[in-house]
Design a protein. Structure first.
Length: 438
């Protein structure tokens, strides 16, 4: 059996054609979805990058492991549960093409081949381009396609180009020149125009989609499609200037609103059926258990994620009555999403948006844009969901402290802490954050 996990960083599900987007950004990803199962309500258990990928590879949520932010005091879970380690023990050849090593020394665990295209350019950790990733992916596949393997392919497009410490407006997304005009005809570039900025985000998706298509085409050309499990996901989404109760346009991925935590998840494997849309709640932490299940490798008891095969095969219609999502980067927030479409957000620390509400309640069925905060109206429902969240925390934590509260107490990284080639600094009032190269 061959297994390929493809992750397209910072990707909103609702900007893909298979999730209803109209721009035609993703023909290859759409084709993948038409050949397998698409999960319409998948949530990242932890955001953004470091805690999200830690949850995926460990099969455990950050509230349990303590990995909820970028703070260097947080230690990753035992490598014995890292699912690439478990696959390697069962004889799979394991490989990753990713720059995540720059963000955490635990990410190469279990990989016999760890290919980092930016090994000499730490400052380009998040700006490596999809073609640069493929220059390692395609040769590796050609060399190892006859083996049973697990390959992790990590594209950063369409991650925001660093705007920290820079005066706005500034170019946020930088697609290759031949893609930049796909969805915008205005001249000159309007860096303060939401329409222009979103067009560049979409252009980056289209560029990455082309590179993903190159990988999928090679799988077909090598004749291994019928024995290859392909899983496609993102670590988190992106706010693109939406208005929330904060009362102003929100960018980046510093919260737990739907654009940030609702992510795409697609699974393709022969015999699973074509074009299946699954509406039940799932989480990215389920990916590890699902891959191990298809590989016939025992799933560790400590895993929080569940095997999604019964949903994919139609033997079950639901896995969760509710799911939770943590945010520990800049802000400290936790969301509870119910199967019937209610969402509670509790904020421990709103920095740098200190005027944001500490409690938010939304009816996602009627208000998918999370514009109308019902916390002061639906008081009975609010009390019910707050109780459910409190009981869930007590069950998960036991006598341990809440890692989100620890993170809020310590700050994002600590004073002037170095982080993958950049030094971050927070002003004492936490309203302004900047970054300067080393």
């Amino acid at each position: 059996m061959k297994i390929i996990l493809i992750s397209l960083d910072t990707l909103r599900a609702d900007h893909l054609g298979c999730y209803g987007y109209s721009r035609g950004t993703s023909p290859n990803i759409d084709a993948l979805a038409s050949q397998g199962a698409r999960f319409d309500r998948c949530y990242a258990a932890d955001v953004p990058t470091i805690p999200s990928y830690t949850a995926v590879f460990s099969g455990q949520i950050g509230t349990k492991t303590g990995m909820v932010s970028f703070n260097p005091t947080e230690k990753p879970p035992d490598q014995a549960t890292w699912f690439p380690v478990l696959l390697a023990r069962q004889g799979y050849t394991t490989a990753a093409v990713s720059t995540l090593l720059h963000m955490g020394g635990h990410f190469p665990r279990g990989f016999q081949y760890y290919l980092n295209p930016m090994a000499g350019y730490r400052e380009r950790t998040q700006t490596v381009e999809a073609d640069e990733i493929n220059r390692f992916v395609l040769p590796w596949l050609k060399a190892h396609y006859q083996e049973d393997f697990f390959l992790f392919v990590h594209y950063w497009d369409p991650h925001v180009d660093s705007v920290w410490g820079q005066e706005e407006p500034r170019q946020r997304y930088l697609p290759p020149e031949e893609y930049a005009g796909l969805y915008y005809e205005g001249m000159p570039q309007k860096l303060d125009s939401r329409e222009y900025v979103v067009s560049q985000y979409d252009a980056e998706i289209t560029y990455a989609d082309k590179c993903i298509g190159d990988v999928l085409n090679l799988v077909d050309e090598l004749g291994i499609a019928d024995e290859t499990l392909i899983v496609f996901q993102s670590d988190h989404g992106e706010n693109l200037g939406e208005d929330h109760p904060l009362g102003r346009a929100i960018w980046d991925h510093l919260d737990v609103h739907e654009p940030t935590i609702r992510i795409p998840l697609i699974v393709r494997y022969p015999g699973l059926g074509y074009g299946r849309a699954i509406g039940g709640l799932v989480q990215n932490v389920d990916i590890s258990a699902t891959i191990l299940s298809y590989a016939q490798v025992p799933v560790p008891d400590v895993y929080d994620g569940q095997d999604l095969a019964p949903l994919i095969q139609g033997a079950s219609s639901t896995r969760y009555a509710e799911v939770y999502s943590n945010q520990g980067f800049m802000t400290c927030k936790r969301a509870l999403i119910t199967g019937d479409g209610w969402k509670l957000i509790k904020s421990v620390d709103n920095s740098p948006y200190e005027d944001a509400p500490t409690t938010e309640l939304y009816d996602l069925n009627r208000d998918p844009g999370e514009v109308n905060n019902l916390a002061g109206v639906e008081t009975g429902r609010l009390a019910e969901l707050e109780l459910r969240m409190a009981r869930w925390l007590e069950q998960v934590l036991g006598n341990r402290p809440d890692p989100l509260r620890l993170r809020a107490h310590m700050g994002m990284l600590g004073p002037d802490a170095p982080y993958y080639g950049t030094t971050y600094q927070l002003r004492t009032d936490k309203r302004i954050y900047t970054a300067t190269p080393e």
